[in-house]
Write a protein that binds this ligand. Structure first.
Ligand code: FAD
Length: 305
């Protein structure tokens, strides 16, 4: 890494915006960890924080509870993920109304994974929305919402080719999506080429990179294989032999993610979505490196000056 190329420019923090993704906790212990994470990341003033929705609406109650708590107890702006899996249109519409009545103004609209599991064929509910684009259209009809959708720099695993993917992304944009957030990736060239191709396909909404800090390389490698994300050999080498050395693993993970994000900043990217895995430390450190400071750090700095 070239230290001069990546040295922090004082103006970067003003231009970069971040959002954070959380998943709804299953147990009291996980709930406590999530709220520690939210409390730690809140002073970074993200543009929004999103809360995922389990397959087939399996986390519906927990997603709603988490979103409600964010609305009631923090200054953060929540975005609720929604999927179409195993639900009739009127059921999806009812969930959207429930969120809207709560005060939710942002959604992440997804088709979702097949109910029988990733790798099986997706069968839309006979009365349901068939894909992300149809869900975006329904949301847009229901209110003036900010709608994020998915994008896949390495192609969606079910998709026969990139053209099919771009076709779907264009339909989502045409139906009113505000931005796309990508599946995580580790090779920035792939992302850059994907954005160029999307523009050539007439898709002009922002395509925000989804960044996954590597908390556990073995798990990330397994998950990547399932969702079609490439794990480059250099990345595997960085984590080689660190399975039982969590401290070094965390330091390497922080360096890897910071390097990726700083390189994207150099390429002109200004918005980042972090898959936090409900953990704050790596994300906080990376944000600090790109010049995003918490209220508290700024206040401490001006008091010392
Ligand atoms: P779509 O945008 O509808 O389709 C994705 C692509 O798949 C299309 O481009 C198309 O090429 C292809 N495709 C779609 N339907 C078919 C078909 N019938 N046959 C062949 N090809 C097809 N999952 C959750 O369960 N909950 C979440 O909260 C969640 N959050 C996510 C957030 C982000 C930012 C991302 C990137 C993904 C998220 N996912 C989530 C995963 C997502 O649900 C899966 O990747 C799912 O398989 C596709 O959903 P989609 O909205 O991307 O689908």
């Amino acid at each position: 890494m070239n230290q001069f190329r990546f040295s922090r420019r004082p103006d970067i923090g003003d231009k970069v915006r971040v959002s954070f993704e959380f998943f709804p906790p299953k147990t009291d212990e996980m709930e406590a960890r999530l709220w520690d994470t939210v409390t730690r990341l809140e002073p970074l003033r993200p543009k929004f924080v999103s809360v995922t929705y389990g397959a087939g609406g399996s986390t519906r109650e927990r997603t709603a509870r988490t979103v409600k708590r964010i609305l009631n107890e923090t200054t953060l702006t929540p975005a609720a993920h929604m999927t179409c899996v195993d639900a009739a249109r009127h059921e999806v519409d009812a969930v959207v109304r429930e969120f809207a009545e709560m005060g939710v103004k942002r959604f992440v609209a997804l088709r979702g994974d097949p109910a029988a599991g990733v790798g099986t064929a997706y069968r839309p509910h006979p009365d349901g929305y068939a894909n992300g684009a149809e869900l975006v259209g329904a949301l847009k009809g229901a209110g003036d919402f900010d709608i994020s959708v998915s994008a896949y720099p390495e192609k969606h695993p079910e998709s026969p080719d990139f053209a099919t993917d771009f076709d779907m992304l264009k339909r989502k944009a045409d139906n009113g999506a505000t931005r796309a957030i990508t599946q995580f990736f580790f090779d920035n060239d792939l992302y850059e080429r994907y954005v160029e191709k999307a523009r050539r396909a007439g898709i002009y909404i922002p395509i925000v990179p989804g960044i996954l800090p590597v908390h556990n390389f073995t798990q990330v490698a397994n998950f990547s294989a399932r969702c079609g994300a490439l794990v480059p050999a250099w990345l595997a080498e960085r984590f080689e032999g660190l399975q039982n050395d969590s401290q070094t693993h965390a330091l390497v993970a922080s360096a890897v993610a910071a390097e990726q994000v700083l390189d994207l900043v150099e390429r002109g990217v200004s918005d980042f979505h972090f898959y936090t895995m409900n953990r704050a430390d790596l994300v906080f450190a990376i944000c600090h490196m790109i010049g995003i400071r918490s209220h508290e750090t700024e206040a401490a700095g001006s008091a010392a000056a």
